[in-house]
Each structure stands twice: as structure tokens, then as C-alpha cells.
Design a protein around this ligand. Structure first.
Ligand code: ADP
Ligand code: MG
Length: 307
């Protein structure tokens, strides 16, 4: 595994980092508040509980799946990768399974990478050799940006290659049920669906779920991304009725997510005070198998006192 930070320092590798990923002062200052904010959220999860979970947990393979593109899969994959590792002791690697239009590496400032998923699937490199550690701690196996690297790639070798990795794997899928999408679903044990609160995106999920079920995969639930809480959006209840999948997370539309992307950083690292951080954090805790007990608001306490 290679550390991007050291690559950057040596400045002699084939890996080119976006200038934004080098941790200029602004971002590092924001990072210092991260621990405090997330510790407040995590107050009901002790270190013992985390250690126990870590000890008992077999490596999991979780595919992030949607019917449509541009829904937030890669964003979610990066942020879950970051939070599960940093806050929930789930050492994991995010793998770019969207090989024809790969964004995972680019979104973290990785442009020219010498070992990619393409090399691994072609038996040129071992799976472990393809892991890059970003300076925020997110581990990734990117796909190649070169079109020529696509030839002779057999996506259906994915399961055997991922089995070589002795850690949790998050698969950032291609949209839909084409060859790439199917390969990611087949290689995973658990499926996390992502949608936006609109009919076209939600309807597609129904078909993806049917396929996942046929392949005997565990359905974790659906995450509704880009919520703006407008009247024309489908409610969680409606989404559950259409897809027959429980909604386990809801991420608000947040400009800070776009800013974090420009800076090539996970949102929770870039700005833990952003409105989407709590939702991402709570989703990560659900996936890790913990329930975050939210502090009741003044009005909830008041209501309870009348019941
Ligand atoms: N909750 C959100 N709020 C604002 N922008 C978002 C949100 N989630 C994703 N985006 C933006 O939407 C775009 C598409 O997201 P991406 O994760 O690349 O989707 P996908 O992988 O499904 O194609 C990116 O520019 C990303 O920054
Ligand atoms: Mg993507």
C-alpha cells in the first residue's frame, strides 16, 4: 500500500496530487474541529464496544448501487470510507468499480496512478498493491483513466480479487444493471442503494433490488441523497412503498459537499460542521451496526412531558 502523503512529499512519483489535497492551512484548521464534533455524536458508543465489534467482524463487502448516474454514489463511498475507518474502527478500502467512467481517484486528487483496478483484474498486479492511502486516511483502489487500459479487463474476476484483501471493501458501482453494475453487485455481500427523492431515480431501484435479491445479497437499505425538503419531493414513506426497501439514511443537499469535492476531500474532513456531516455520520454508524442516540430537542422533551 502506498501513502499519498509521502508520495507528495518526495514529489517523485507517478502519482499527481491535486494541489488542493496537500492540506493547506484552511483545511487543516477545520480538521481540528472534526474530532470534537464527531465525539459529541458518538457519545453513546464506547471504545470497548468499538473494539468488540472490530474483533468480531468478518471483512464485509458493501456495494453502493443506484439505477441512475450522478446520484451521489462516489460521494457516499468516499465519505463512508473515511468515517468507517476514522470513527468506527472499520479498516476499509473503497474500490472504483465504475471502470468506464471512473471518478473515485479523480475526486481525491489522484490522476496518474501506476497500479489500478484494471491492472489487478488483468493479473498484472496483486489487489493489495493497488491500495493508495489518501492523506485523510481514506484508502482507495482507483480505476484507470486511460481508455486503452479497458481492453481485456474481466470485471467478473472482481470477487476473487477482492477476496485477496483482508479488510472491509466498499464498492463504488457504475449506475444501472449493465455489465459493470452487475459485476459490483455480484462481488458484494451487502447492497446499499442510493437515490434522490424523485420518481425516475426511485423506480430504477426497484429493479436493482430484484436483481440483488436474486443474487442472494443482503439489502442494507436505501439512502436518500440531495434532500431539499421541498413539497414536490417523494417522502421516505413513498420511497419505501415503491422500492420495498427501508430508508436508512437521508443526506441533505449541501453546497459544502460540492466544495469538499473541489478540494478533493471527504466532507467530514473538510467541514465537520456542515449540515450533511451529521447525516453521513449517522449513516456510517448504522452501517457499522450502532445506533446513535440523538439528544432530544427542547420541543421533543416538552411533548414527552405531556404524554
Ligand atoms: N448531498 C449532496 N449535496 C450536494 N451535492 C451533492 C450531494 N451528493 C452529491 N453531490 C454532488 O453531485 C455530483 C454527483 O455526485 P457523485 O457522487 O459523483 O454521483 P455518482 O457517483 O452517483 O455518479 C457531484 O458533483 C457531487 O459533489
Ligand atoms: Mg460515481
Amino acid at each position: 500500500m502506498r501513502l499519498l502523503k509521502s508520495f507528495y512529499k518526495k514529489n517523485n512519483s507517478k502519482v499527481e496530487l491535486g494541489s488542493e489535497t496537500t492540506g493547506k492551512t484552511g483545511k487543516i484548521l477545520k480538521h481540528n474541529t472534526n474530532k470534537k464534533k464527531n465525539q459529541m455524536l458518538k457519545q453513546n458508543i464506547s471504545d470497548e464496544k468499538l473494539d468488540e465489534k472490530k474483533f468480531n467482524s468478518e471483512p464485509r463487502k458493501i456495494a453502493i448501487v443506484s439505477g441512475k448516474g450522478g446520484i451521489g454514489k462516489t460521494t457516499l463511498a468516499i465519505n463512508l470510507g473515511y468515517l468507517l475507518n476514522k470513527e468506527f474502527k472499520m479498516d476499509n478500502v473503497v474500490v472504483d468499480c465504475n471502470m468506464t467512467t471512473p471518478h473515485l481517484g479523480v475526486n481525491l486528487g489522484l490522476y496518474n496512478v501506476d497500479i489500478t483496478l484494471n491492472h489487478i483484474l488483468k493479473d498484472v498486479s496483486k489487489a493489495e498493491e493497488g491500495i493508495f492511502e489518501h492523506n485523510t486516511g481514506v484508502k482507495v483502489i482507483p480505476s484507470s483513466l486511460k481508455l486503452t487500459d479497458l481492453s481485456e479487463v474481466d470485471m467478473f474476476k472482481l470477487p476473487e480479487k477482492l477476496d485477496e484483501l483482508n479488510m472491509h471493501v466498499i464498492l463504488d458501482s457504475a449506475p444501472g444493471l449493465g455489465r459493470e453494475g452487475l459485476a459490483a453487485i455480484s462481488a458484494a455481500d451487502e447492497i446499499l442503494f442510493v437515490t434522490q427523492p424523485y420518481t425516475s431515480a426511485v423506480v430504477d431501484l426497484y429493479r436493482c433490488r430484484k436483481i440483488a435479491e436474486k443474487l442472494d445479497k443482503k439489502i442494507l437499505g436505501v439512502v436518500v441523497n440531495n434532500r431539499k425538503n421541498k413539497n414536490h419531493e417523494l417522502t421516505d414513506n413513498e420511497i419505501e412503498k415503491i422500492t420495498e426497501i427501508p430508508v436508512i439514511g437521508s443526506i441533505p443537499y449541501d453546497m459544502e459537499i460540492e466544495r469538499a469535492l473541489v478540494k478533493k476531500l471527504p466532507l467530514s474532513f473538510y467541514n465537520p460542521k456542515a449540515k450533511s456531516n451529521d447525516a453521513l455520520y449517522s449513516l456510517a454508524s448504522t452501517i457499522a451496526g450502532f445506533e446513535i442516540k440523538r439528544k432530544k430537542t427542547f420541543f421533543e422533551n416538552l411533548l414527552n412531558s405531556f404524554r
